[in-house]
Write a protein that binds this ligand. Structure first.
Ligand SMILES: C[S@@+](CC[C@H](N)C(=O)[O-])C[C@H]1O[C@@H](n2cnc3c(N)ncnc32)[C@H](O)[C@@H]1O
Length: 346
């Protein structure tokens, strides 16, 4: 079961960071970002520290608001958010052509929501790679509860230097995770190396779209809000990801920004004008309640000092994401399917 209560939120806040150090971790995290004078080079050079601090601080909020899967979804009318999230995962499995018994790698697996769903949907064995220890601990607990702990496991490592031999996986996927890489080519090259020849890599990437104008100050502000609110060193445009895939050696089978054809906008759950009882905690009213609840929990000492500051940068993320989505300058679902050729000459 996902930890969804207010006390779970308070007790998980800070992840592996000592509770007395949460406030200083928040301050250090904020300083990496443009809003606090931080620079892109510094975020890239210190990506592991920056991203790990972010997930130690934000994971219990994610679990409280989203559940076990930390991603958006392409969504049809009449479909609940949870249904659309599962269908988004099934779509990925279908595109990869997963077969029972295959060995699959989930790059940047969070607490393993997608891993549990995809492994049960396709009867595959999935390894979740994640650099965040707290998330892995949660993932192991949840795998045990649903009974996939014999077929699926977690490895704590950086996806820029994976501890796996060449040609070890039948398929690799990444859901809204490789956007944290300081450089896409370095990350995709590692994925290429560990994937067996002839096999596929599929991903949902966070990207700026072709409508993003790097000289437009409003666009720059929205991009910076998404970066601070989501632990990102920089957000690449879609074309840069395709170039990086090709440079790493992949043949790109197809790619598409699925946000462009989503009948229900992916950012709707966070939009201030939207209200939903089934995803209440994500709505503006729900976030307002959470904000006040965290304030009280911090005041009475149940949540560590600095908790409200985490909620503040997550609120910035929500605002940046909704604006970026509305203006169609940002997408969290640039999908691609790429194949590692059978031989080097192919
Ligand atoms: C937005 S979450 C998505 C998690 C998961 N794919 C899901 O959809 O639930 C991004 C994940 O990428 C992981 N991550 C970020 N940078 C990483 C790195 N350098 N190496 C391994 N994992 C990383 C984070 O720890 C986090 O689990």
């Amino acid at each position: 079961m996902s930890k969804a209560g207010a006390l779970d939120l308070a007790s998980g806040l800070g992840g592996k960071i000592d509770k007395t150090d949460v406030l200083s971790a928040v301050e250090q995290y904020e300083k990496y970002h443009i809003y606090y004078g931080g620079a892109e080079d510094e975020r890239k050079a210190n990506y592991a520290d920056m991203v790990n601090k972010y997930y130690d601080l934000a994971t219990s909020f994610y679990e409280f608001g989203w559940g076990e899967s930390f991603h958006f979804a392409h969504r049809f009318k009449g479909e609940s958010l949870r249904e659309s999230i599962k269908r988004h995962q099934h779509f990925l499995a279908l595109q990869l052509g997963l077969k029972p018994e295959q060995k699959v790698l989930d790059v940047g697996c969070g607490i393993g929501g997608p891993l549990r769903e995809i492994s049960r949907f396709s009867l595959t064995s999935i390894t979740g790679l994640n650099n965040n220890e707290y998330q892995i601990q949660r993932g192991k607990e949840l795998n045990h509860i649903v009974g996939v702990d014999k077929t699926c496991d977690f490895v704590k490592a950086d996806f820029m230097k994976m501890p796996f031999p060449d040609n070890s996986y039948d398929a690799v996927y990444a859901i809204e995770a490789t956007c944290h890489a300081p450089d896409a080519y370095g990350c995709y090259s590692e994925i290429f190396r560990v994937l067996k020849p002839g096999q596929y890599f599929a991903a949902y990437e966070w990207c700026m779209t072709d409508s993003y104008d790097p000289n437009n100050q409003e666009h720059q502000r929205i991009k910076a809000e998404i970066e601070i609110g989501d632990g990102l060193p920089d957000i690449r445009v879609t074309g840069q990801c395709i170039e990086a895939l090709k440079k790493a050696g992949f043949k790109v089978t197809w790619s598409k920004d699925l946000a462009a054809s989503s009948p229900v906008p992916w950012y709707l759950p966070l939009d201030k004008s939207h209200f939903s009882l089934s995803s209440f905690r994500l709505t503006a009213v729900g976030r307002f309640f959470t904000k006040n609840m965290v304030k009280v929990l911090e005041y009475v000492g149940l949540a560590p000092q600095g908790s409200q500051r985490v909620q503040d940068f997550l609120e910035k993320a929500a605002e940046g994401l909704v604006e970026g989505g509305r203006k169609e300058i940002f997408t969290p679902m640039f999908f691609f399917l790429a194949q590692k050729p059978h031989t080097e000459s192919q």
